[in-house]
Write a protein that binds this ligand. Structure first.
Ligand code: ACO
Length: 377
């Protein structure tokens, strides 16, 4: 293949077969474990969606009760992890999560084992503890003491409890649960690919997930929802949106929350999360105003992007409404990416389990474009 025909950034290259999720960028569809996203989001809990990915089917009532109990029991952090979270109190939350995640293998009986049973145990442990890490870090960075997890609440409701110190109302608890179901898995995105590359070397699940967090951190992947709120603050009112977006594009800047490598229509996750944000924002006038501004700005931005970047089909992506959902839940923008990771971790783990079963090293090649034949004087 010549360098002219080689896809940049592996665009369009199939890197693995998976039964976990499928992204159809032209139809704007996301299939998770056989279900359309709209079938799952708002209809199953995060624990049920995790079971679907890890076991290949939604759980029976008994299976769900068992999984819930296991995950609830794994929520408290070992002292070593809490120590790292404290030391990283002033670091960005996603960095603190990466550091804490790496310590969690200390708590596994056989951290290097990659059998299906060992992987499943590590998957439950990471999925149980990510929200505890993110909530503890948010409180420590604000000078507050971390709140110990409760075992009687679902994972999502317990996350808000640990963040805010009080049991969330049912709409808020449902919102974060739907958010995590919505972002649980998404084909061969950069962080999932990273996890699979690491797992393909027969490295362990905790190492693979730690690497995935590093890939998620970048603004081109998971780092956009914070900047989306900044953008809306800057735009201030719907009538200023057009001038604002034209200015940004003229300055060569990207509009956060728009565009996607695969979707050439509106991201189906944006559709689901726009409804969640709509429901949540009914409770507070401030949030309602922000939601109305976002909907109006969205239309203007898409229109201007079509005009200035014709043929690129730049549409709203998941991050745009993620920003509205998470801020309506009282989370700080700096915690947004780490909160995304609390949902995506279940998908990363499922991919690692799948990759370990595949047991084939992922090892692409590069095209050397440097000089040759140099001599040392
Ligand atoms: N605003 C303005 N222009 C854009 C945007 C945007 N958000 N996205 C793409 N473009 C333009 C590029 O400037 C480029 O224009 P050109 O060909 O005239 O130079 C063209 O569209 C194609 O851009 P690529 O970088 O090749 O597109 P790619 O598929 O690699 O980008 C990405 C996808 C990274 C998400 C991009 O759309 C972007 O930067 N968006 C803003 C950041 C963002 O929202 N990130 C979250 C993504 S969702 C997720 O990962 C969970």
């Amino acid at each position: 293949m010549s360098s002219n025909t080689r896809p940049r950034g592996l665009d369009g290259v199939v890197a693995a077969q998976t039964r976990l999720s499928h992204v159809d960028g032209q139809a704007g569809e996301l299939i998770i474990g056989g279900y359309q996203l709209r079938e799952l989001a708002g209809h199953v809990t995060f624990e049920e969606a995790a079971h679907l990915l890890w076991r290949g089917a939604l759980p029976s009532k008994d299976e769900l009760a068992t999984l819930r109990k296991e995950i609830a029991g794994l929520r408290p952090l070992p002292e070593e992890a809490l120590h790292v979270v404290r030391a990283a109190a002033q670091a960005p939350p996603i960095d603190a999560l990466r550091m804490a995640c790496a310590t969690l293998s200390l708590d596994l009986a056989q951290p290097d084992e990659i059998s299906p049973g060992a992987d499943m145990q590590a998957a439950k442990m990471l999925t149980a503890r990510f929200p505890t890490v993110v909530a503890a870090h948010a409180r420590l960075s604000a000078g507050q003491a971390p709140i110990a997890p409760r075992t009687d609440l679902p994972l999502a409701a317990n996350f808000l409890y640990m963040m805010h110190g009080k049991e969330p109302d049912p709409i808020a608890a449902r919102a974060i649960d739907s958010y995590w179901v919505t972002v649980i898995d998404h084909g061969m995105n950069a962080s999932t690919f990273t996890a699979r590359v690491i797992a393909s070397t027969r490295s362990d699940l905790v190492s693979a997930v730690t690497g995935a967090i590093g890939a998620l951190k970048g603004p081109l992947h998971g780092g956009a929802p914070g900047p989306v709120l900044d953008m809306l603050k800057d735009i201030r009112s719907a009538d200023r949106a057009e001038g604002w977006v034209r200015n940004e594009l003229a300055a060569g800047r990207r509009i956060m929350g728009f565009g996607h490598r695969v979707y050439k229509v509106r991201d189906p996750r944006a559709e689901v999360l726009s409804k969640v944000a709509d429901q949540l924002s009914s409770a507070a006038l401030e949030n309602r105003k922000l939601f109305d501004l976002a909907r109006a700005a969205e239309q203007t931005i898409v229109k201007v992007l079509d005009e200035v970047k014709p043929g690129r089909n730049l549409r709203t992506n998941v991050e745009f409404f993620t920003a509205l959902v998470l801020q309506a839940l009282g989370l700080e923008p700096r915690s947004f990416v780490a909160t995304f990771a609390c949902g995506r971790v279940a998908g990363w783990c499922a991919h690692v389990i799948e990759q370990h079963a595949e047991d084939h090293l992922i090892r692409p090649q590069s095209e050397y474009v440097g000089p040759r034949g140099l001599k040392v004087d």
